[in-house]
Design a protein. Structure first.
Lengths: 556, 101
């Protein structure tokens, strides 16, 4: 893992000192709220419905056990004993008091963490494939590039006042687990004809009120050109972006209004100007950063214990089948720890759970932890012989739910239970969907399915790219939920299609059940997933299932 | 004819804790919605909002929210305001726990 340089350390400490003084000046009245708001947002502090919320950056979703323990300590000391992992691989604390925030930021700085640029119109936390450095299908580890981008974008003087927020995602695998096509810039590692690694550069993706799949502006960017090229994109956007209208200010609108060819040309022209200014310091830095992400010393040991357990214990087998992913080393596995126990809040972990996960990572996981954008925790490097003992420990802590990639592995934003922007609740809908289908014992029969729920049009819950997306709205003072089908967040990204009129809060779970029963009836075989079936038959059968029953009831 | 004025209350969050509070007729900030002053007159509502917004060391983000009279005092009209009187629905946190006694 990357460790702070003296420069990083001094920068973060200086920021904590500055913000501590700003908080003091707010509390003694020297700063008004209008003056203070942009300062607190620059440091990740929001005022939500019931309390303040502090959003802490987890760069590219990577955490050490020591950092995880510190998050647990913060949760216990200044919050209510838990944290919420988000769809941008960050963690949010929902109950900090304003006078305590300087101490929290100090505690974060003690473990090389901060909340800088987790809000505001700047380059936000760069997200990455949560299986980075471990996945069997990976061309190269994306984390060194993500760290390079983090250092370049942190406090970059030209890009602190962009037209709007800016999100970059990067994946080192052709199979996209980082939703790169729905980001302002998506970087997907590919190889050229000569076999050299580089990036497909995707620009102008985004969800929110105007969902768009990004367009490819470069099929192959040599890795040495990464920073000047990204800087060229930001530079063009900084000039063209619509500062006059908040709803048209994201780069997706700039790309849409300018046109792919014209904007590509502008980016290339700017790139030609910038390229010579990068004298190689970035490449030297990248080489140094890469050292920090060297693969761990993998153990060479028999995996018989795993095989025996897998055969003998059906509970372990069910968990292994859903929550493990193939590692590049055959003796190893990638473990996804589900934060989606049926009926619990998606993405929440208690301080005890955080400490247990930290212990397991230290003892069995080469001290490496990841947070996925799907709001789970990953142990990326686990020797298979250690899996039974890990599973047993997770079971005791309520963390062994075997549901990764299934119906109850739901992404849900905080919604109107916390968020000041929300128009409806998300969390209770996720909870009820999970418990309802658990009671019906249908989850495993339905198979791979991604349900994603947002509590407002800003789409933090990624509903547009859910196989089933749910969007909570306020319709004449009542919560109403709109359904989209067929969305996909992978390298073949697709925005889901609206089914039609929305459903009331107490109708949404039955509506989803009608969709899924229709799917079970029409699929060709159990191996045909919901998404495949939807692509084959289209919207119509699901519309009939959703709305015909209602009409019949109305007629009766 | 102008539209009838919907009764309002003044609500905000406490500066230090972030808690939801309501302006009472005797100029206190109460954690209870039913203790809020129910304002039936538009001009008076604007005066009370100005009064609230001036208290920069006590509260943040004061605004007028629709309310209606109830047996124990004003009740929220919109579900967002109803949630603000209680706290989140996924944990017994916030007012529903803090004010249970």
């Amino acid at each position: 893992m990357y460790s702070y340089s003296d420069f990083d350390e001094a920068f973060v400490r200086a920021r904590v000192a500055q913000f501590s003084q700003q908080v003091a000046r707010r509390l003694d009245g020297s700063l008004t709220e209008d003056e203070f708001r942009p300062l607190r947002l620059m440091n990740g502090l929001y005022l939500q419905l019931h309390a303040y919320m502090l959003r802490v950056a987890i760069p590219y979703g990577s955490l050490s056990p020591r950092q995880m323990r510190q998050l647990a300590y913060i949760a216990d000391t200044w919050d209510k004993g838990y944290g919420h992992f988000t769809t941008r691989q960050n963690i949010q604390f929902n109950w900090p008091r304003l006078p305590d925030v300087p101490a929290i930021l100090g505690a974060l700085a003690d473990v090389e963490m901060h909340a800088i640029q987790t809000s505001g119109n700047c380059v936000r936390n760069v997200t990455a494939d949560h299986f980075a450095g471990a996945a069997a299908d990976e061309i190269a580890d994306p984390r060194p590039y993500a760290e390079l981008l983090r250092q370049w974008s942190t406090d970059h003087p030209e890009f602190q006042f962009l037209p709007r927020k800016f999100k970059i995602a990067i994946t080192g695998s052709p199979n996209d687990r980082a939703v790169t096509r729905a980001h302002d810039i998506g970087l997907r590692m590919v190889r050229n004809a000569a076999g050299e690694p580089g990036f497909e550069v995707i620009v102008g993706g985004g969800l929110g009120r105007t969902p768009m799949i990004g367009v490819t502006v470069r099929d192959f960017l040599p890795e040495a050109d990464l920073l000047p090229y990204v800087e060229a994109i930001l530079s063009v956007y900084n000039t063209l972006g619509r500062r006059d209208n908040k709803y048209k200010a994201r780069i997706k609108i700039t790309v849409h209004e300018t046109g792919r060819e014209a904007i590509t040309e502008m980016i290339e022209t700017r790139f030609a100007e910038l390229r010579p200014l990068f004298g190689g310091a970035d490449q030297k830095l990248l080489a140094e950063i890469r050292q920090a992400f060297a693969p761990p010393a993998f153990r060479n040991a028999p995996t018989d214990a795993y095989d025996a357990f897998y055969r003998a214990d059906p509970v372990f087998r069910a968990w292994a089948d859903t929550n493990l992913t193939r590692h590049r080393n055959d003796q190893y596995a990638i473990v996804t720890i589900s934060l989606k126990a049926h009926g619990r809040t998606p993405g929440d972990a208690t301080s005890d759970q955080m400490r247990l996960i930290a212990d397991l990572a230290e003892r069995y996981g080469h001290s490496d932890l990841r947070i996925s954008h799907e709001q789970n925790v990953i142990l990326p490097h686990v020797h298979k012989s250690d899996l039974p003992v890990i599973h047993a420990a997770l079971t005791k802590a309520g963390l062994a739910t075997a549901n990764v990639g299934l119906l109850s592995d739901i992404i849900a934003c905080p919604g109107m239970d916390y968020c000041a922007l929300a128009t409806a609740r998300s969390i209770p809908v996720a909870q009820e969907l999970a418990t309802h289908f658990e009671a019906l014992k249908l989850e495993h029969e339905i198979g791979p399915l991604k349900i994603k729920i947002s509590g407002c049009i800003n789409a933090c819950g990624h509903h547009h790219v859910g196989h089933i997306g749910i969007l909570g709205l306020d319709r004449a003072g009542v919560e109403n939920y709109q359904i989209t089908l067929g969305g996909d967040g992978t390298e073949d990204a697709v925005i889901g299609e609206k089914t039609g009129p929305g459903f009331a809060y107490d109708e949404i779970v039955p509506a989803i059940e009608r969709i899924l029963r229709a799917y079970l009836d029409l699929r060709l075989e159990p191996a045909e997933t919901f998404l495949q079936a939807f692509r084959r038959v289209g919207m119509e059968p699901f519309k009939v299932a959703l709305y015909e029953a209602e009409r019949e009831q109305d007629a009766a | 004819m102008s539209r009838r004025f919907t009764p309002k209350i003044v609500t905000a969050n406490r500066l230090r804790e972030g808690d939801v509070v309501y302006l009472t007729a005797d100029d206190r900030w109460s954690p209870f919605h039913h203790e809020a002053e129910l304002i039936e007159d538009e001009a008076h509502a604007q005066m009370r909002l100005l009064h609230a917004a001036a208290q920069k060391l006590t509260v943040v983000g004061a605004y007028l929210a629709d309310a209606r009279p109830g047996p124990n005092g004003p009740e929220p009209v919109h579900f967002r305001e109803a949630f603000r009187t209680r706290g989140p629905s996924n944990y017994p946190h916030g007012k529903q726990a803090d004010l249970a006694n």
